[in-house]
Write a protein of this length. Structure first.
Length: 505
């Protein structure tokens, strides 16, 4: 079966759902969206409680990736959930809606992504948002992505918030403000108590458009490239091969793992690596798959003297900085259970989670084989830069100051993690290396820029190949200082605008 469309979008995750909906608003163009996963998932996928998301990891809607052994974390192999279903990772994520500090976007332009800064991104971040209230100068109120007023705080959730204030952190009215710093209540992508994935918000409401074709269970194996131009994509569906052709553009939105993997399988990437695997080189682009990074995440946990009232509850979060000057580089959140390391389980108690918002460590996504069905080698290089360990140790100490604050004295029992093991910097560092894991925010593997290692230009077009763009988390030169979904929504909104506008010329 061969079909021709104006646009072919590969991957129906956060970015792909936005692109399919926005590009098909023009009834004059035809759009095909190919998604490797299914159209829907288990019932808990629509549960609006973020803790329920843990039940989706390792399920049929998760790619179930693992990392390569990580030298920075005692050679641990980390499980790496990624959504494989319409809505992609927004269908299995924690639903936190948080853009990050303006400086995280401005950092993109400083690395050569001309025109990709906070001010230029702001209209697109706002376009995606359906926030309740907020400052209309920087909050979008009419966008598809609903942000519901969170439930009231349970007593423990309120005391965790107050403990952050006791420890000297300012109250921050809106965590999505451009200069947000201090403690705030998290916003979530929840509508009427149910998860709102990007597919729920953007794609499902427009599925009946005659110019939009959505093909699920279709895993793209490689791109069709002829004379330096991308003409379409080859996929496999139920064991049968198929090809779709694009008259105007193919847009890769397969995420920080999938997009570089498809480019590499198509002969676009580091030439020597491709030749070694027997893949003909179509465009030598050394940066494809490089620059992989993620926020490292760890936590401290406490037992409690009395049982907390069970949720639902709003949840406090915190932007803080490890050093004087600079921008916030630590993101914290709080749970009303005492988590065991790397999500191994939970006891009665509470935890204070801390992630490094601006990690320095950089890894890669590489092919393990020329076989499109083989999983790639994912190396996030956690804690390979010693400054990341130092700042995580500083964050642990900050978290401990909050855990020991007066507002928690009615609850707090023993510090169960790390406890007495981590007193000195060495002890804290060893604990961090032993327990750190993914914050689920990989980015950077097809980054925007103009240097030799950049993969796409400021219009998101792949260097050296016509008719091919990338629009998803992979194009971020560096990770934003918060959970990544809101930023990806903004990138995809902007990509849709760029792609539609250049077609008009
Ligand atoms: C467990 C978890 C918790 C998270 N929690 C939060 C949170 O609370 N808040 C937040 O802001 N962010 C969170 N994130 C991160 C956020 O969800 C992601 O940054 C965002 O969804 C990435 O969007 P994307 O479009 O780049 O990729 P994805 O949404 O992952 O979409 C990629 C899509 O491409 C498809 N695909 C891949 N390869 C192929 C192929 N070869 N052929 C066809 N289709 C393919 C995939 O199946 C997937 O549907 C979390 C992520 C995870 C996994």
């Amino acid at each position: 079966m061969e079909k021709v469309y104006d646009y072919v979008i590969v991957g129906g995750g956060t970015a792909g759902a936005v692109l399919a909906a926005r590009l098909s608003e023009n009834s004059e163009v035809s759009v095909a969206l190919l998604e490797a996963g299914a159209g829907e998932g288990p019932a808990i996928m629509s549960d609006g409680n973020p803790e329920a998301a843990v039940g989706l990891w390792g399920s049929s809607v998760d790619w179930n990736y693992t990392t390569t052994p990580q030298s920075g974390t005692g050679n641990a192999v980390h499980t790496w959930p990624r959504g494989r279903v319409l809505g992609g990772s927004s269908s299995i994520n924690g639903m936190t809606h948080l853009r990050g500090h303006a400086s995280g976007f401005d950092a993109w332009e400083k690395q050569g992504a001309i025109g990709w800064n906070y001010q230029e991104m702001l209209p697109f971040l706002m376009r995606s948002e359906g926030a309740r209230g907020g400052d209309p100068r920087f909050r979008g109120q009419t966008g598809p992505m609903t942000i519901e007023e969170p439930p009231a705080a349970t007593p423990l959730a309120q005391d965790l918030y107050d403990a952050a204030v006791d420890a000297g952190h300012p109250r921050c009215e809106d965590g999505n403000a451009p200069q947000a710093e201090g403690v705030f209540w998290a916003e979530r992508n929840v509508a009427e108590g149910r998860r709102q994935s990007a597919a729920d918000a953007y794609l499902f409401p427009v599925l009946s458009r005659p110019n939009l074709t959505v093909v699920t269970d279709a895993q793209v194996r490689r791109l069709v490239i002829e004379n330096g131009r991308c003409r379409g994509a080859e996929y496999v569906r139920n064991g049968e091969p198929g090809t779709v052709h694009a008259e105007r553009e193919v847009v890769l939105s397969a995420g920080a793992v999938g997009s570089p993997q498809i480019l590499l399988l198509s002969g676009i990437g580091p030439a020597d690596d491709l030749r070694r695997l027997g893949i003909p080189v179509r465009a030598a682009l050394p940066g494809v798959g490089a620059n992989l990074h993620d926020h490292p995440l760890a936590w401290i946990s406490y037992g409690v003297k009395k049982s907390p009232v069970p949720g639902p509850s709003r949840q406090a979060m915190l932007f803080a900085r490890t050093g004087p000057g600079g921008d916030p580089d630590i993101l914290m959140s709080f749970t009303a259970v005492a988590l065991e390391p790397r999500w191994a389980g939970a006891q009665e108690g509470f935890s204070i989670l801390f992630g490094l918002a601006t990690p320095a460590s950089r890894g890669s996504v590489r092919l393990s084989s020329a076989d499109p069905a083989a999983y790639p080698l994912i190396d996030p290089a956690y804690l390979t830069e010693s400054e990341d360990v130092d700042r995580m140790v500083a964050a642990l100490r900050m978290a401990r100051d909050i855990g020991r604050a007066d507002s928690l004295s009615a609850w707090r029992d023993e510090e169960t993690l790390p406890g007495r093991e981590a007193v000195t910097d060495e002890g804290c560092g060893a604990y961090i290396r032993r327990t750190v894991g993914t914050y689920f925010h990989p980015v950077g593997t097809c980054r925007i820029g103009t240097d030799d290692e950049a993969v796409v230009d400021a219009g998101l077009r792949v260097h050296g190949v016509d008719g091919l763009s990338v629009a998803d988390a992979s194009v971020m030169p560096s990770v934003v200082s918060a959970n990544t979904n809101a930023a990806v929504l903004g990138i995809a909104e902007r990509a849709a605008h760029l792609i539609a506008t250049r077609a008009e010329r």
